[in-house]
Design a binder for this molecule. Sequence first.
Ligand code: FAD
Length: 690
Amino acid sequence: AELDTLDIVVLAAILLGTVAYFTKGKFWGITKDPYASSFANANGAKAGKTRNIVEKLDESGKNCIIFYGSQTGTAEDYASRLAKEGKSRFGLETMVADLEDYDYDNLDEIPSDKIVMFVLATYGEGEPTDNAVDFYEFIYNDDVSFSSGNEPPLGNLNYVAFGLGNNTYEHYNSMVRNVDKALQKLGASRIGQAGEGDDGAGTMEEDFLAWKDPMWKALQEKMGLEEREAVYEPVFGIVERDGFTKDSPEVYLGEPNKMHLDGSPKGPFNAHNPYIAPIAKSYELFSVKDRNCLHMEVDISGSNLTYQTGDHIAVWPTNPGAEVDRFMNVLDLTHKRDDVISVKALEPTAKVPFPTPTTYDAIVRYHMEICAPVSRQFLATLAAFAPDEEAKAEMTKLGGDKDYFHSKVNIYHFNIARVLETVGKGKKWSNVPFSALIEGITKLQPRYYSISSSSLEQPKMISITAVVEQQYLPGREDPFRGVATNYLLALKEKQNGEPNPAPFGQTYEIMGPRNKYTGIHVPVHVRHSNFKLPSDPTKPIIMIGPGTGVAPFRGFIRERKRQAEHGEEVGKSILFFGCRKESEDFMYADEWKEAKAVLGDKLEIVTAFSRDGPKKVYVQHRLKEKAKEVNELLEKKAYFYVCGDAANMAREVNTVLGQILAEQRGIPETKGEEIVKNMRAANQYQEDVW
Ligand code: FAD
């Protein structure tokens, strides 16, 4: 294939990058920054990039492509790990690819000596992730057709598949199951089992590890691959940019892209480009000392963002200062945290997950999920760079022994820096290549929140209802604290008069890069969801929303109140809400009273306080008590909504509803379950669970 100009520019940049990498930037005297645009080119800018996989494989000399369908970054991370392992153990020429970046009508032209891997997360109610929608619609379709007309169409295709799912959802791992089915039907050959990871059981990582070894073995046999001693090869080159300081205007200090760097962020605002939104107000919803739940009003009037009641807002967090410091310290980066570097993919198909030139501090603070669970495989990789033999042996053991890892790392919710501190016994891990950290640590992900306002009432103000994540873990000194919610708590404290907020001793750079977020701002974008009120407001609705699961229902109820105030007729609305104690965490109690004053009998709030009485009472118990009324409303075609905890509550509610229907209608329980299933299929039963 012919090289176009962009390829030549990219190739030149890589050559330059490689030279610079080996010379540590010594001869770096150029003023124009050849890296400045590489982030945009490598990450999403489509100009000049081919969408033809066959062409891509040819021109890049790759023989193994790993596609990912990812929503929260885990599938993408697994794809990168497969790519690395394939290369280091078997010498495969691997590349990772976003499903969204290619077309699939010539999948049949991929020759049989190449391997295609699919790492596919299932999202929500058995849906593809946003980046996999087009691929899924193409492949899982009876009329799928390909360019060459081979028979069977995918007779040449050798593929590998792993799915990421959650067994608490009805359509467990349906993406990988359906794609696998479709590929088989088209004559493709699967190598190894189609793996399934289960987030619901909390075994995703272990499921992945357990799946991949037999898969590699099968692949080795099928393709005749030789295993070699795995050596670490960096994917990224780090170039020290002596000509810059952290105050140079070209240097990214946490700005997500060029527009933000230039101080002129523009829409469309989305998962690649957040809106830096002012927080209009924020307050605490609980009246108990050691637990927090935040209500925040995010003003989107300065943007072209829109939302509908029931949508989600994504918050882009920054890491807490104490954990950034810990990470810097144990990896011996503190002395150069503000040094300016460029990061270049050493091979053309790898993507640098943040814009450069930037500083170590900015990368760690704004772009790396440094507090997240540690992967066992990553610890094994880092063993090679341990400060001494003892630490090396310990890392190898942690990497290889699932139960040992669980007892030493998992139960304390340790993050990577805490593991390194413990294993290294205070020694610094100076030998770890920074590239290994970029490869081994996922990029910092936005967190989603179910919008708790009504777009009818306040189209340009989005509210968030978020419980601040903290867990006391036996054997661990300080409680585990969630990243985004503690960052939001700091913002709330700042807004309400705390000059230097440091919730639980954690500080945040809440003014953002270059103080761009002063005046209490938070980076956000909106994700549209299918969790929606019936279009006919006279339809009754039944809402099950304990804890923060109440968030979207606050929006629903405010919407109906608003409609009633404008003289519209609205249907009956019942909310089942549960929490621990009426006096502690019964959020929005006053608002329900106000809504009731307008809606009267049309609104019913049913509460379950689990710790107020001698017996624990949950929403599903209350639902059962109201069996008769629930059944009557469903006979009037009420919509049924469940929001909140996916692991237990949502599942039990589903079961209880089946029982209610059976009992009230005098039918067998299996029939009741079937009706619930049909309600789901008809969108009459909707879930927004996490
Ligand atoms: P994180 O730091 O992300 O931690 C979250 C959890 O991950 C921890 O509790 C722990 O179990 C695990 N974890 C993290 N680090 C480690 C570690 N090192 N070791 C082991 N385990 C670890 N939340 C709300 O409060 N209100 C809402 O309305 C709401 N709506 C949502 C809607 C959707 C569609 C989704 C997907 C989620 C929603 N959530 C909501 C949850 C929210 O997105 C966040 O997950 C939650 O706020 C925690 O974020 P965090 O960054 O504070 O915690």
